[in-house]
Design a protein around this ligand. Structure first.
Ligand SMILES: C[S@@+](CC[C@H](N)C(=O)[O-])C[C@H]1O[C@@H](n2cnc3c(N)ncnc32)[C@H](O)[C@@H]1O
Length: 333
């Protein structure tokens, strides 16, 4: 196995063109080293503005690996931050998770000139900006016009919502995570977006989607308290769910039941509108997922006017041409 120093040098060479473009467009966050595809599974190294964030998903770092990473951080003029995310470590020990009141809100990174909050320590497990999703945020900035209404489901820190609002669109961000939406509010401020046109619905996605799409909340779910919203149609829906998650209202399972998420999105979409949808499940290949998308549109009675796929950018290489993150843009009549 090559030493980490050699692998890091190779990764930097491979990204030379991308880094030139990122710098020119005002982006200072990217995946420096994607270990799973570049020779060190379990290790990911990201630049986020002033931080070099190293995530170790299993195992431990050898002293010479740590030395290589310290040298890299020093050479790039960045602060090295190490998150151990391995199994067997408690959540708190994992990377020194912090309550939201204790998080330093001062740090930011930039993507295409938009600013996003980042953290050395977080109440959650993940960084606040997912770098493999850059291709989707880039599409949103370029393609969502000022007059559009946008529904951002599973909004997390609202980075997709902020990107969609670049040209002035009105955005509704939905997530049941309170602290995530607090970061979303910070991201709104950082980009000077109008609070009257950037909304937060802190709620489970299921009851919101059922109500928006006109189906309503039925059965036992209706006995629970939930945020009431009126049915309405959107020009753009962003559907970027976790692969597997349970809530009192339902189950997100992108392998077994993608239509449970996609169908109500289609029903909440204005004719001619677009859905930016993702599937992170590594076990689902692009062709199989495409069939699911097509069948779901048909069953929902919506003609697919166009379907295109966005590939993650070069800092997320996938030697087999099957990146785990699949991103589709559907246009429905
Ligand atoms: C992988 S993140 C989504 C990433 C996000 N779309 C982005 O652009 O960065 C998953 C998010 O889904 C939220 N979530 C999971 N299940 C949910 C549900 N049933 N209702 C609302 N939010 C949910 C979590 O709180 C978390 O913020």
């Amino acid at each position: 196995m090559s030493g980490l120093n050699t692998l890091l040098e190779r990764a930097i060479q491979v990204r030379a063109d991308l880094l030139g473009r990122l710098q020119a467009e005002g982006t200072d966050c990217w995946r420096v080293f994607h270990g799973v595809a570049e020779g060190r599974p379990g290790l990911a190294v990201d630049r986020y503005g002033p931080l070099l964030l190293v995530q170790l998903f299993h195992g431990d770092l050898e002293p010479e690996d740590l030395h290589a990473l310290e040298g890299l951080a020093e050479g790039m003029g960045l602060r090295l931050v190490l998150w151990h995310r391995g199994q067997g470590r408690g959540a708190a020990e994992c990377h020194g998770r912090r309550r939201i009141e204790e998080v330093d809100f001062g740090l930011t990174c930039c993507e295409e000139g938009q600013r996003f909050a980042i953290a050395q320590r977080s109440p959650g497990l993940d960084p606040w900006l997912f770098l493999d999703f850059r291709a989707a945020r880039r599409w949103l900035r370029a393609h969502v016009p000022a007059e559009a209404s946008v529904l951002n489901l599973f909004a997390y820190t609202c980075s997709a919502g902020v990107s969609a609002a670049r040209q002035g669109a009105e955005v509704w961000n939905v997530d049941f995570g309170g602290w995530c939406l607090e970061i979303g509010s910070r991201n709104r401020e950082l980009n000077g977006l109008d609070p009257e046109r950037f909304h937060f619905w802190r709620e489970d996605v299921f009851p919101i989607l059922w109500q928006l799409s006109g189906k309503g909340v039925r059965g036992r779910a209706a006995q629970r308290p939930y945020l009431r919203v009126e049915p309405r149609l959107f020009d753009v829906v962003i559907l970027d769910p976790p692969t597997l998650a349970r809530s009192p209202f339902g189950k997100v399972d992108l392998v077994a039941d993608y239509p449970a998420m996609l169908k109500p999105c289609l029903l909440a979409l204005r004719p001619g509108g677009r859905i930016l949808a993702t599937n992170h499940a590594a076990g689902v290949d692009r062709e199989a997922w495409e069939q699911v998308l097509r069948r779901t549109a048909e069953k929902a009675g919506r003609e697919l006017l166009a379907l295109e796929f966005l590939a993650p950018e070069e800092d997320f290489p996938s030697p087999d041409g099957q990146p785990p993150l699949k991103i589709a843009v559907l246009s429905a009549g």
